[in-house]
Design a protein around this ligand. Structure first.
Ligand SMILES: N[C@@H](CCC(=O)N[C@@H](CS)C(=O)NCC(=O)O)C(=O)O
Length: 205
């Protein structure tokens, strides 16, 4: 049977965290490599899967391999795959007390930390009024993440979840690009992330 998941991918993109996710699950998956310079992600056949023409995009063929469902947006892909692969233990069960913080952190990575960082990287000529944008300033978002990691070792309880994958991939990327203020505050967490075999398979370099 063909692999259940197909990841539309480019290694220098947000799709790399989904490769890490798939490695964490142990599920079979295929990679469709895109050429961002050549614009393969803007071709009509790909736009049918993701009208935004963005990576990552994941195809789920379902447990019996007969479906063809596209899932877009990293946070949605992470939640979906973690739920489809319960044996990997990446997601607290729906209804459990850990599920709320788990979903909060996955959403926080995509809806608060990432746009807050974009504000720093690409400042507007006129800053948007703070009460009108849906995320805090970047430094405040990082403070909140640090609070979530205290006492640790992980964001939700004492085990690694897909919430650590979303937040950890972003922090690792910020750190690698020298964009993490006072990075030592995050070093123990980033070291724990980097020690994971699945992470090392996805980010060998
Ligand atoms: N919110 C989306 C963002 C996806 C995104 O912006 N991906 C970038 C690569 S990191 C992309 O595909 N850029 C190509 C383009 O827009 O032409 C997610 O988290 O999945």
């Amino acid at each position: 049977m063909a692999a259940r998941f197909v990841l539309h991918h480019h290694p220098q993109s947000r799709a790399q965290r989904i490769k890490w996710l798939l490695e964490e699950t142990g599920a079979d998956y295929e990679i469709v490599l895109h050429d961002l310079e050549g614009g393969t992600h803007k071709r009509p056949d790909f736009l049918k899967l993701n009208p935004d023409g963005k990576l990552p995009t994941l195809i789920d063929r379902g447990p019996d391999g007969t479906a063809e469902v596209a899932v877009t947006e990293s946070a949605a892909i992470v939640i979906h795959v973690a739920d489809c692969c319960p044996e990997a233990g990446l997601a607290p069960a729906p209804g459990s007390v850990e599920r709320g913080p788990y979903l909060t952190w996955i959403t926080y990575a995509a809806a608060a930390l990432e746009p807050a960082f974009s504000d720093v990287m690409f400042p507007r000529a006129e800053p948007a009024p703070a009460r009108a944008v849906g995320w805090p300033p970047f430094d405040k978002a990082l403070e909140r993440v640090l609070g979530g990691l205290t006492p640790g070792p992980w964001l939700v309880g004492d085990r690694f979840t897909a919430a650590d994958l979303m937040i950890g991939a972003l922090l690792g990327w910020l750190n690698a690009w020298g964009k993490l203020p006072e990075p030592d505050r995050f070093t123990p967490y980033l070291d724990r992330i980097a020690a994971r075999p699945a992470y090392r398979r996805a980010y060998p370099g």
